[in-house]
Design a protein around this ligand. Structure first.
Ligand SMILES: Cc1cc2nc3c(=O)[nH]c(=O)nc-3n(C[C@H](O)[C@H](O)[C@H](O)COP(=O)(O)OP(=O)(O)OC[C@H]3O[C@@H](n4cnc5c(N)ncnc54)[C@H](O)[C@@H]3O)c2cc1C
Length: 407
């Protein structure tokens, strides 16, 4: 039976697909294989998880979440989805600092690519990781913890170091979020008041088609004590989907109704298909301070972008120290594009965007559609770590060879 990614734009070329239900079985498969890639929940849009050899899904490992209240952490199987972990944590009075736009993705797969939500003070989901447990090339179990010299290379690792069977994440006390949606933010206000808008709440997202003189929607996810400011945009009078023409039934509750963090921070509910469902995605990160220049660069390409675009989302992410992270060392604005599902038409537009953003040193989201990734500044450290853990490159694939080649 062929296995595809979530978007259906990629059929994995694996000769064998394994779905082990114990860590010992993972160790045995890895030890006996020549080349291995790990599959999370398959939400990436490119060949990052693909292999012609052995593909291992860890979705069948028991979740087994264990809270360490003294350390302020939870340890859980790598294949567990954020939505399930969040439900467990909330019932225990705990929370994560942030979530992505959808709760359907696996923890290990999300942190492997630097997946993020929004929030000027909030790092990507990978920044909550305090420890990883890996099955490495020989089938050994290796644990790396924050503070270990190699730790910062082992979290956003693109699946190139081993199979993450366990992840330890920092938790905090459960909290409440209110979600307010505004429509038609005057475009000029976005430029003039960018810093204020980017920091206007716990988590801030803007949705735009880059057409016209307004930004379609401003979503504010507010913590206790924060007040909504629409910056001249109009409060929405009905629940909104980021693509205004789509029904909002799949979206988490809006209208300023307080609710638990995990039912407000994702845009989409766990029990529904997120986003549009028929799409490709790209995302580029530039320095937050360069946002206004980046918006102008995209708008100059409107004639190319609009015909293949469903919606764009603008988010902010705090800097981190994780070697391959797209937000390494740089407070960032993330420009996201939900494209129509037509790879041939989208590819040249992505190339044009990469060229237009080049003066701002853009970094791509590792899990989305892109052509070129600038050499990460800590690539040499990462490759040295890989040489230690996986000298024969058992966990490599064409994607890794293309984008993480030594000089
Ligand atoms: C509808 C939709 C919405 C999205 N929203 C967001 C968003 O809000 N923010 C954002 O930043 N991204 C978003 N993404 C992108 C998505 O979060 C990333 O592509 C993420 O990596 C997907 O996680 P996954 O478990 O599906 O990983 P996969 O796509 O299965 O794999 C991604 C990488 O992780 C590796 N990997 C997976 N599991 C393991 C493991 N156990 N051990 C070692 N390596 C592993 C794989 O080998 C591969 O290299 C979205 C994607 C979709 C489809």
């Amino acid at each position: 039976m062929s296995v595809t990614n979530w978007a259906g734009n990629l059929t994995f070329g694996a000769a064998r697909v394994h779905r082990p239900s114990t860590v010992d079985a993972v160790r045995e498969i890895v030890a006996g294989a020549e080349r291995v890639r790990v599959l999370g929940s398959g939400h990436s849009f490119n060949d990052i998880a693909d292999t012609p050899a052995d593909l291992v899904s860890v979705a069948g490992l028991p979740a087994e979440p264990r809270i360490d209240a003294a350390a302020g952490t939870v340890t859980v199987a790598g294949g567990v989805r954020y939505g399930e972990l969040a439900t467990f944590l909330d019932a225990e009075g705990h929370a994560l600092h942030n979530l992505g736009s959808l709760p359907h993705i696996s923890v290990a797969g999300a942190v492997a690519t630097g997946t993020h939500g929004s929030g000027a003070a909030l790092g990507s989901l990978a920044t909550a990781v305090a420890g990883v447990e890996l099955v490495t090339a020989g089938g050994e179990l290796v644990r790396l913890e924050r503070g270990d010299p190699d730790f910062a290379g082992s979290v956003v690792a693109l699946g190139a170091l081993g199979v993450v069977v366990g992840v330890t994440l920092e938790v905090r006390q459960s909290y409440t979020i209110r979600q307010h949606v505004f429509e038609h933010l005057p475009r000029k206000v976005l430029d003039a008041r960018w810093d204020e808008i980017a920091t206007a709440g716990y988590s801030v997202s803007l949705f735009t088609t880059w057409a016209g003189d307004t930004v379609d929607q401003l979503w504010l996810k507010l913590a206790d004590g924060e007040e909504p400011d629409g910056f001249g945009a109009v409060p929405a009078t009905r629940p909104m989907h980021p693509i205004a023409a789509m029904p909002a039934v799949s979206c988490t509750e809006q209208g300023g109704v307080p609710g638990p963090w995990h039912r407000r921070l994702p845009h989409f509910k766990l029990e529904f298909t997120p986003s549009s469902g028929e799409e490709l995605q790209s995302e580029f990160f530039v320095a937050r301070q360069d946002a206004v220049e980046a918006f102008a660069a995209v708008e100059r390409l409107r004639h190319l972008v609009t015909p293949v675009l469903q919606i764009s989302e603008i988010r902010v992410v705090a800097a981190d120290d994780l070697w391959l992270s797209p937000t390494y060392g740089r407070d960032s604005v993330a420009l996201h594009f939900t494209w129509i599902k037509d790879a041939e038409r989208v590819a040249p537009v992505v190339a044009a965007l990469e060229e237009a953003l080049a003066p701002l040193s853009p970094r791509p989201h590792w899990g989305k559609v892109f052509h070129h990734a600038a050499r990460p500044s800590r690539l040499a450290d990462f490759l040295a770590l890989r040489d230690r853990l996986d000298p024969d490159r058992k966990f490599s694939n064409a994607f890794v060879e293309r984008h993480l080649a030594a000089e």
